[in-house]
Design a binder for this molecule. Structure first.
Ligand SMILES: [Mn+2]
Length: 321
């Protein structure tokens, strides 16, 4: 029988997995994402295996399939699902024979607090990296745990991790190596490859940022770019700031789909909610956090989707005054 740690490939996912791996050093680490979680589980996990899922939102389209499969897994093995994304609107994972860990803060914080009794105190630093990577630093845990460390060093290391991982998209073997290193509480900057990737990523992110103004298209309330030369997550934030619109979007064309990242700084607009409702109407998926979310929409309806999103954002702003 095996233990699986199934996690997201970003900084929060990697640090969550590292904390879980510190508890279960023999576990296999596997990277997944909301739209692929069900398929990845079916392909990798056998009934009787133990599974820890970290930092993966439940996709609106797979709630029922996930319920059935996790229910079967939970009957014969231990299943722990740790996540900080808002639950789906069309159903949830409650009432299954699994441990559902949800709450405020990033997934790394939730993972650390869940396994705290089995961890050395200094793994709190790995949870702090995860919180910084996910911009979830406004929690009681974060403020308290940071007091045990020097924050300049913690932020430096978290920066190396966040930027280095951003420059390692799709490199799952390398990310597994990072997870292993962090699980032993060794520093991100001790990995020369990660450090170098962080430097390169930071330079190219700055170059992308400088190129964005000429690429941005705008509607009434939203602004977007297609195929920015760099991370769409970072680009979306800059697009919003540069355009001054309520929502910034950056999209990449990928196998007939537009894979996009969205950002807002307006608390009246809940991007998670908007996308969970809107994306399925265009044959896509979407969701995440209120102010930072993602979506996948078929390429041929991308413009129609944007027009609908623009309408919806306008409607929300009008209603909330
Ligand atoms: Mn997260």
């Amino acid at each position: 029988l095996r233990t699986w740690i199934i996690t997201h490939g970003d900084g929060d996912g990697v640090t969550s997995a590292a904390i879980a791996l510190a508890v279960f050093p023999q576990a296999n680490v596997f990277f997944s994402h909301p739209a692929g979680l069900y398929e990845d589980l079916v392909d990798t996990v056998k009934e009787g295996d133990n599974v820890i899922i970290c930092d993966i939102a439940v996709s609106e389209r797979e709630v029922e399939e996930l319920r059935l499969f996790l229910g079967r897994l939970g009957k014969r093995g231990d299943v722990v699902y740790i996540d900080h994304h808002p639950p789906p609107v069309s159903g949830d994972l409650k009432g299954l024979p699994i441990t559902l860990v949800r709450g405020e803060g990033c997934a790394a914080e939730l993972t650390y607090l869940f396994f705290k009794d089995k961890l050395s105190w200094d793994m709190s630093r790995v949870a702090l990296y995860g919180a910084i990577c996910d911009y979830e630093t406004d929690t009681r845990f974060f403020r308290e745990a940071l007091k045990d460390w020097d924050q300049r060093m913690v932020f430096f290391e978290a920066g190396v991790l966040a930027q280095g991982l951003e420059g390692s998209r799709g490199e799952h073997d390398f990310k597994r190596h990072v997870v292993r290193t962090l699980s032993e509480n060794r520093l991100p900057s001790s990995l020369s490859e990660l450090l170098l990737k962080a430097l390169i990523e930071t330079m190219s992110e700055e170059e992308m940022r400088r190129n964005l103004p000429g690429m941005i298209e705008t509607l009434a309330y939203i602004a977007f770019v297609v195929n920015p030369r760099g991370s769409i997550a970072r680009a979306a934030g800059y697009v919003r700031a540069i355009s001054g619109k309520t929502v910034g979007i950056a999209a990449n064309k990928k196998k007939g789909m537009m894979v996009m990242s969205l950002r807002t700084n307006d608390d009246r607009v809940d991007l998670n909610l908007v996308l969970r409702k809107l994306a399925p109407r265009f044959g896509g998926t979407g969701g995440g956090h209120p102010n930072a979310a993602g979506a996948r929409i078929p390429e041929n309806v991308f413009r129609k989707f944007l027009a609908s999103l623009d309408n919806e954002v306008g409607r929300i702003l009008e209603v909330s005054g």
